[in-house]
Write a protein that binds this ligand. Structure first.
Ligand code: HXC
Length: 257
């Protein structure tokens, strides 16, 4: 695929997307937005891909939305173009997505990481929503997702002061699933993604959908949703295979159906 702002590579059943605007610390412009969304949505319908990893460079996962691109934009263009609504297509991707974050994940970069299903962070990672220092505020879901992830007190402090959070604080605050050494981040992320991609793709998708419900609905509705999906799983070949493999004391061979 001829992308200009990202690199893509398939490793087994894992799609690796590397943000690649090094001169701008992977700042998220319109083209990068289009390319990430296209790569992720194409992988979503590809039965050969069971997990996606998004990463950046050692210095920056992404240092934000592209400030230079936005600088002279008007309200009419922002509103009329419904700027950033395209990311709804990214969050609609049902294939699990891991963000492997080293260095800066600021503003839109932090928001992109939070739109993934979970974050694996290098010990060099720095998270922040510093938009207020530019006279704006988070615009790709940051004020909502950060608050849900780490709670109101810390999210409010970060959004209002624009301060960064290091990897250790991010792990303590449950913003990230795990912190690893920077030089093993990618291997770790790919190994974790490989584990997920070895599961049944439809069951992994249903699991992702169910966990995401916890953020979006009441406990009663969420539990009802989970139960209905759980019942439906018994119509899949992978449920039969997974349980047969356990009983027969052998590894499961899922067919993703
Ligand atoms: C455009 C950016 C950029 C950004 C860095 N660059 N961040 N360009 N948009 N968000 C560019 C710089 O202009 C510079 O280009 C090059 O990348 C290297 O950056 P430096 O600042 O020279 O690097 P360094 O001194 O190491 O500082 C790193 C940094 C700093 C601390 C991460 O770059 C920084 O503060 N960046 C902005 C962080 C930020 O405010 N993010 C939020 C953006 S607003 P040149 O050409 O000068 O060499 C946002 C809005 C979201 O995300 C809401 C809706 C989307």
């Amino acid at each position: 695929m001829d992308y200009e702002t990202i690199l893509t590579e398939t490793r087994g059943r894992v799609l690796l997307i590397t943000l690649n605007r090094p001169k701008a610390l992977n700042a998220i412009n319109a083209q990068l937005t289009r390319e990430v969304i296209r790569a992720a949505t194409e992988a979503d319908t590809d039965p050969e891909i069971g997990c996606i990893v998004i990463t950046g460079s050692a210095k920056a996962f992404a240092a934000g939305a592209d400030i230079k691109e936005m600088q002279h934009t008007t309200y009419a263009a922002m509103y009329g173009g419904d700027r950033f609504a395209d990311w709804d297509r990214f969050t609609a991707v049902r294939t699990p997505i891991i963000a492997a974050v080293a260095g800066y994940a600021l503003g839109g970069g932090c928001e992109l990481a939070m739109m993934c299903d979970f974050i694996l962070a290098a010990d060099t990672a720095q998270f922040g929503l510093p938009e207020i220092k530019l006279g704006v505020m988070p615009g790709i879901g940051g004020s909502q997702r950060l608050t849900r992830a780490i709670g109101k007190a810390k999210a409010m402090e970060m959004c209002l002061t624009g301060r960064n959070m290091d990897a250790a604080e991010a792990e303590r605050s449950s913003l990230v699933a795990r912190v690893v050494a920077a030089d093993t981040l990618l291997d770790d992320a790919l190994r974790t993604a490989g584990t997920i991609a070895g599961m049944s793709k439809p069951i992994a998708m249903m699991t992702k959908e169910a966990v995401n419900r916890a953020d979006e609905t009441t406990l009663t509705e969420g539990i009802r949703f989970e139960r209905r999906v759980f019942h439906a799983i018994f119509a899949t070949a992978d449920q039969k295979e997974g349980m047969a493999a356990f009983v027969e004391k052998r590894p499961a061979k899922f067919t993703h159906g």
